[in-house]
Design a binder for this molecule. Sequence first.
Ligand code: DQA
Length: 145
Amino acid sequence: MAHIQIINGPNLNLLGKRQPEIYGAETLADVEANCAALAQELGLEVSFFQSNHEGAIIECIHAARENAQGIVINPAAYTHTSVAILDALNAFDGAVIEVHISNVHKRESFRHHSYVSGRADAVIAGLGTEGYQAALRRMVTLTAG
Ligand code: DQA
């Protein structure tokens, strides 16, 4: 069974409370529960990690080198700033899907560039929290065989 590590970056612990007009009313716990239920249906094993600290996210990606076949990552604001997260993902051999809850291309221009997209096998933006579920569905194909 493929193991998928789901990683959420800074401020996503406030999902549901933070700018709900942009990010919706679901909490991170809701998102994780929905992903866990879907993963069971899809025959995937999933683990969840959220941190407001860049180094902790990098260490989670390093650990995934040993124990995961895929990473679903919403790097949040680090998307637009972090060469270090890109470097960590470049050291991971499995599938990578970048998820953004909002459509970053419809927002401020500083959100239009992502360091992570050049490494990602797929980029999902603007599907709301359903983006995580879309990513898991795609992971079935990306991690098959
Ligand atoms: C985000 C978009 C980022 O620009 C922002 O900094 C976030 C969340 C999203 O999920 O839409 O924190 O990654």
